[in-house]
Design a protein around this ligand. Structure first.
Ligand code: PMM
Length: 280
C-alpha cells in the first residue's frame, strides 16, 4: 500500500464475494447449487472482479459453524470449476484442511479471517503450498466479541496486532511477498472503530504487506440507512468507501456488488488522471 495522497497507486483489485452456503443458494440439489455459484462467479468476473473469494462457512454473528468436511464439500467443486476457467480464486476459510483442498483444486490465495489464529496448522500449510495469505485482524469468534471489542485507539491497536501476526506468519515460513493484511471491519469492532480504521488506512503502510479492505454491506454501513433498507442499498455506500480507500492506497476491495465498486474506481481513475496520479 502506498502512502495516502501519494502518487504511485495502482487500481485496487476487486475481489468478488461468492458465499457457497445453503442460505445463499437455497433451492435445488447439489449440482444446481454448484452451477449457480459458478455462474455467479463468472458474472462477477465479467463485471470487473480480478479475484473470486469463495467461502463455505458464514462468519456472521450467530451463524452455525460448519465442519471442515462440509465446508470442503461445498467449496471444492466451485473452486475447481472457476480455476479451470482461468479465474484467480481465493478460499475464505479458517481451516487448514479446507485451504489445502481448495489450493489442490486451483485456489491461489488463502483468506483467513482469523489470520492463522484459529487453526494451528494453517501457517505451515500456507508456507508449504506457497500461495498468498490474507491475515485479517481477529480477536476471536463472534460469541466472544462483547468481551474483546474495546480499543485504546483502533487504528494503532489493530496495526500492532497485525504486525505480531505477520511476524508469526513469517516465522512459520510464509514468504513476505505472499502476505496481505486486512483490518477486519465488523469483527469485534463497534461502528466507530470501523470508521476510525477506514479513516486511518495509511497506518497499515508500515506493515509492508498489501492491504485488503472488506466493508461490503456490513452492519456499520447499514446503520447509515433507514432500518428497513434492503441489503443491496448498502452497495452505494460500499462503493463510496471503496473509492475513498482507493485514494488512501489500498490494494484490494472485497465486495458483493462488483459492478458498483468498479464504477466507483473508474471515477477515482478519471479524477486522478489515471492510476499513478498523472497530471490533471
Ligand atoms: N468479511 C467477511 C468474510 N470474510 N474476509 C476478509 N479478508 N475481510 C473481511 O472483511 C471479511 C472476510 C464477512 O462478510 P460476508 O459475510 O459478507 O462475507
Amino acid at each position: 500500500m502506498s502512502l495516502a495522497g501519494g502518487t504511485a497507486h495502482a487500481r485496487p483489485q476487486l475481489w468478488g464475494i461468492l458465499n457457497v452456503t445453503p442460505d445463499s443458494f437455497s433451492d435445488g440439489g447439489r449440482f444446481v447449487e454448484v452451477d449457480a455459484a459458478v455462474a455467479q462467479g463468472l458474472r462477477l468476473v465479467a463485471e470487473g472482479a480480478g479475484v473470486i473469494d469463495v467461502g463455505g462457512e458464514s462468519t456472521r454473528p450467530g451463524a452455525e459453524p460448519v465442519s471442515p468436511k462440509v465446508e470442503r464439500e461445498r467449496v471444492v467443486p466451485v473452486v475447481a470449476s472457476l480455476a479451470a476457467e482461468g479465474i484467480r480464486v481465493s478460499i475464505d476459510t479458517m481451516h487448514a484442511a479446507t485451504a489445502a483442498a481448495a489450493v489442490d483444486a486451483g485456489a491461489v490465495i488463502v483468506n483467513d479471517v482469523s489470520g492463522g489464529l484459529h487453526d494451528p496448522d494453517m501457517a505451515a500449510l500456507v508456507a508449504e503450498v506457497e500461495v498468498d495469505f490474507v491475515a485479517m485482524h481477529w480477536r476471536g469468534p463472534s460469541d466472544q466479541w462483547d468481551a474483546v471489542s474495546s480499543y485504546e485507539w483502533a487504528p494503532h491497536d489493530v496495526r500492532d496486532e497485525l504486525r505480531a501476526r505477520l511476524d508469526a506468519l513469517l516465522e512459520a515460513g510464509i514468504a513476505p511477498r505472499r502476505l496481505w493484511v486486512d483490518p477486519g471491519l465488523g469483527f469485534a469492532k463497534h461502528p466507530e472503530h470501523n470508521w476510525q480504521l477506514l479513516a486511518h488506512l495509511a497506518e497499515f503502510d508500515v506493515l509492508g504487506a498489501r492491504v485488503l479492505v472488506g466493508a461490503s454491506r456490513k452492519r456499520f454501513i447499514g446503520a447509515l440507512l433507514p432500518d428497513d433498507a434492503p441489503l443491496d442499498e448498502r452497495d452505494l455506500p460500499t462503493a463510496v468507501i471503496g473509492a475513498l480507500a482507493a485514494v488512501a492506497g489500498v490494494d484490494a476491495l472485497r465486495v458483493h456488488d462488483v459492478r458498483s465498486s468498479a464504477r466507483a474506481l473508474d471515477v477515482v481513475e478519471a479524477w486522478r488522471g489515471g492510476w499513478g496520479g498523472g497530471a490533471a
